[in-house]
Design a protein around this ligand. Structure first.
Ligand SMILES: Cc1cc2nc3c(=O)[nH]c(=O)nc-3n(C[C@H](O)[C@H](O)[C@H](O)COP(=O)(O)OP(=O)(O)OC[C@H]3O[C@@H](n4cnc5c(N)ncnc54)[C@H](O)[C@@H]3O)c2cc1C
Ligand code: SF4
Length: 569
């Protein structure tokens, strides 16, 4: 991430930079995901007394095969933030360094201790821990969250933890969507009504685009030259880069998405990747849009249907806060159920190496371990090449994967009920799948991607944070999307997913026996004949083998096995 002295960014920063000496300022370290002056010291202290240290770290970018769109998103926002703050008379020091710790230490040696809002990412907290211990970095509370660690501890005794219990607590504590101690509309959740499939009406909003300025164009050029080996398509017009771009996205989301957000929350479509979802997660996670503001905005917009307001607030105040608390309370699942989990030695590549048949070229200084290897049901298969773009012949999977490598985006249900579901049916390792999501999505950071994939998406930590594995055959996808209508398989007859589902229940009967919400599915599975079970297991073997070889699932995968079993029987 080097930059020339005469780069457009450097010129813009130099032109905006206030007069004054570095020694006269009180310094803050602002990491890549705290790009705001709406909360924290930057929001209330006199800008002319402050300096901020901003760091670009090539090692971090090379740690994993991150999507090009994510690299560009983070870099262009960091650079735009630098110029925006200089224009407010904050003195800005922008450096390229081998590590965040090195940059902070060098700065602290010269100008004294810096302050920073506590890092959201565990990876960064670990890297900076020795500086905090030595007093070179003073941690102040991160004001971009709506709830605190104490709130989480008070909300209920855990583990296991449950999102709905935490959510009700947070609503009451903050008085959001509350009416005299009671939830607005008489209920805390309208989830049951928010399950409509989408058949083209109302039309899905057109996703906003942004005219790339010189800084963004320069960042894109940097990414396509020095990071050309990273996967994914780079689309400069899809990059919200400045504070104004973030506001434009939020105005669009409120006007065009939120009115229909609730009812179509679970719908999926090949005609629209986001439907009525807001696409604000990358901006929330960079703090370009602070979560407390978006929640309050939506709570106060009483012209929006309650169903949509509640649905949205449950995602941000509920799920988003919940997952980060679970991540922190378990040290990123390094402690599960009171026991320490094994950890991977190095950051994973999510299957990039197997797909490319070479080792991911990590920077010489790349460090860090690779996270928890907990796998409650023993799933340990690698991520198949289909997740990297090889055709699987399963239209649901191929459509969603194509979208991810084009956009770095997909909404919640495609992540959960297509990508994580199919991976779970194939016994893909929770660690490897978490790494795949981490590199593939523009909004992925350890505190959010690990609980969502390792915890919720794969049941990798059992009932620690969810009540069951979100596993399903084809009927859910058929009901909630249009994928099946264009698929070479028929959801009711030839699709392999129902057999994979039964095979999953059969394989994990013992591991799931104590999971209350799996009793009914397991009871149904118990009704299957030995012959059906053999057929299910055979479909699992054939699908797994084909996908592991990077081939499409054979069209007769189910028919052939059923016939074979009949013949044997
Ligand atoms: C397997 C899996 C992996 C995921 N990985 C990530 C990830 O890496 N980064 C990420 O930000 N979200 C992740 N999510 C949560 C969710 O899918 C995305 O936040 C959401 O799809 C982002 O799109 P949006 O902004 O259009 O969301 P909307 O549907 O418009 O929702 C509004 C906001 O709610 C928040 N939100 C909703 N659900 C969750 C959740 N489960 N956890 C945290 N925040 C939530 C997001 O900030 C989102 O922007 C994952 C979910 C699953 C099931
Ligand atoms: S038929 Fe099966 S494989 Fe095809 S899209 Fe539907 S669920 Fe997916």
């Amino acid at each position: 991430m080097s930059r020339g002295r005469t780069s457009a960014f450097r010129r813009a920063l130099d032109a905006a930079q206030p007069q004054g000496r570095e020694h006269d300022r009180r310094w803050l370290f602002v990491p890549y995901d705290q790009l705001t002056d709406e909360v924290g010291p930057l929001s209330r202290e006199d800008p002319t007394t402050l300096g901020i240290l901003l760091v670009e770290c090539p090692e971090k970018a090379s740690r994993r095969p991150y999507h090009k769109q994510k690299l560009a998103l983070v870099l262009t926002n960091l650079r735009h933030f630098a110029v925006e703050q200089a224009k407010r008379d904050v003195l800005v020091r922008h450096v390229v360094a081998v590590s965040y710790a090195d940059a902070v230490r060098t700065h602290a040696d010269k100008h004294g201790p810096l302050r920073m809002m506590r890092a959201a990412e565990r990876e960064l907290r670990v890297e900076l821990a020795s500086l905090v211990r030595d007093g070179q970095l003073e941690e102040v509370p991160h004001e971009g969250w709506l709830t605190s660690t104490e709130d989480f501890a008070e909300s209920h005794r855990g583990p296991p933890w449950r999102m709905d219990v935490f959510y009700k607590y947070a609503r009451r504590r903050l008085g959001i969507l509350m009416d005299g101690g009671k939830p607005e509309g008489g209920r805390f959740s309208f989830d049951g009504e928010n399950r409509k499939p989408w058949r083209g009406e109302p039309p899905a909003p057109k996703v906003p685009t942004f005219e790339p300025d010189e800084i963004t164009r320069e960042v894109c050029a940097l990414v396509t030259t020095t990071m050309a080996h990273h996967p994914g398509r780079l689309t400069p017009e899809a990059l919200p880069a400045s504070r104004e771009d973030a506001e434009k996205t939020w105005r669009w989301a409120r006007k065009h998405c939120l009115p229909s957000f609730g009812p179509f929350e679970d719908a999926m479509s090949s005609a629209s990747r986001s439907l009525f979802h807001t696409r604000i997660s990358p901006l929330l996670n960079l703090l370009r849009l602070p979560a407390p503001r978006v929640v309050r905005d939506v709570a106060a917009t009483t012209t929006l249907p309650l169903q949509s307001r509640e649905g949205f607030i449950r995602q941000v105040l509920g799920w988003r806060e919940y997952v980060r608390h679970v991540h922190e309370a378990t040290d990123g699942f390094r402690t599960v159920g009171g026991a320490a989990s094994r950890t991977a030695k190095h950051p994973g590549d999510g299957g990039w190496g197997a797909w490319q048949q070479r080792t991911w070229p990590r920077h010489a200084h790349a460090g860090g371990e690779g996270g928890s290897l907990a796998s409650a049901l023993g799933a340990s298969q690698p991520v198949p090449p289909a997740y990297w773009g090889r055709s699987s012949g399963l239209r649901c999977l191929d459509t969603v994967v194509e979208g991810v490598w084009e956009d770095g985006y997909g909404h919640h249900i495609t992540r959960l009920m297509v990508l994580a579901n199919i991976a779970m049916l194939l016994d893909v390792s929770p660690r490897d799948l978490s790494d795949w999501f981490w590199v593939a999505y523009v909004d992925a950071y350890d505190w959010v991607v690990e609980p969502n994939v390792h915890g919720m998406g794969t049941f990798g930590v059992g009932e620690l944070m969810t009540t069951k594995p979100y596993v399903a055959g084809s009927s859910y996808i058929d009901k909630m999307s249009d994928y099946c209508s264009g698929c070479r398989f028929s959801p009711k007859t030839t699709c392999p997913l129902p057999s994979l589902y039964w095979a999953y229940l059969g394989r994990h009967r013992k591991g799931l026996a104590d999971v209350q919400r799996m009793r009914l599915p397991l009871a149904s599975e118990a009704q299957r004949t030995a012959e059906q079970r053999r057929a299910d297991a055979a479909v699992f073997d054939r699908v797994s083998d084909a996908l592991a070889r990077g081939e499409s699932v054979p069209i007769d995968v189910r028919v052939a096995e059923v016939a074979q079993c009949h013949a044997k029987g």
